[in-house]
Design a protein around this ligand. Structure first.
Ligand code: DX5
Ligand code: ZN
Length: 226
């Protein structure tokens, strides 16, 4: 089974509540919330008060992707605001073990993200601590960028690490996911797909989410068939 997580970064920020209701009605499994601090990444988005407001209207879990450094104080704030999943960047924490522990203690599901230039070796010591690994398939900071093709091999290697670990860990991919490349990412082993511009750039959210899901499932079936 795959999950589609529309990123509200590409939604109409003046109508966020309506946009979330619309993608939920269209079949979204998670609501991906991109937090950017203007320091770890060269863009600013939103903070805990907005997440708290979204929590009141969202029915699906809020998948909060925090692109901020330092990170630890934000973990506590976003957990209080109602995040279901908090994903932190391996690059943003000097003491990743401590940060991931903090997410776990906060009661949220634990995600760890790696940028395109970051080796998967950072996961070696922390894999048993997480519920989700996020492979960034663009450099974080902006929606609408092109998928970095080398991410497919990285997803394959991350999937092998997860399978070898014996833990039930989701593998999320974020950046440049479209209807024409989601099958390849699924075949490589991803099972949670963030899509910002691909979803919110279309008028018919149900049609695009349905198409992303169908293509993703096709890719996953190809993987299973190997
Ligand atoms: C990028 C963000 C992504 C972004 C994806 O830094 O983490 O979640 O919104 O947008 P698209 O799908 O347009 O690449
Ligand atoms: Zn994201």
């Amino acid at each position: 089974m795959i999950k589609i997580a529309p990123s509200i970064l590409s939604a109409d920020f003046a109508r966020l509540g309506e946009e979330i209701a619309a993608v939920e009605a269209a079949g979204a499994d998670l609501i991906h919330v991109d937090v950017m601090d203007g320091h770890f990444v060269p863009n600013l988005t939103l903070g805990p008060p907005v997440v708290a407001a979204l929590r009141k209207v969202a029915r699906q879990p809020l998948d909060v992707h925090v692109m901020a450094a330092p990170i630890d104080d934000w973990v506590v704030a976003f957990a209080k605001a109602g995040a279901a999943i908090i994903t932190v960047h391996a690059e943003a924490s000097l003491h990743l073990h401590r940060t991931l522990h903090l997410v776990r203690e906060s009661g949220c599901r634990v995600g760890v993200a790696v940028n395109p230039a970051t080796s998967l070796t950072v996961l070696d010591e922390v894999l048993p601590m997480v519920d989700m690994v996020l492979i960034m398939s663009v450099n974080p900071g902006f929606g609408g960028q092109s998928f970095i093709e080398a991410s497919l091999d990285k997803i394959r290697r991350a999937r092998a690490m997860i399978d070898a670990s014996g833990h039930a860990i989701d593998l999320q991919v974020d950046g440049g996911i479209k209807a024409d490349n989601i099958a390849a990412a699924a075949e490589a082993g991803a099972d949670v797909f963030v899509a910002g511009s691909a979803v919110f750039g279309e008028k018919d959210y149900a049609a695009i989410i349905g198409r992303l899901r169908a293509e993703g499932e096709t890719g996953q079936a190809r993987r299973g068939g190997r």
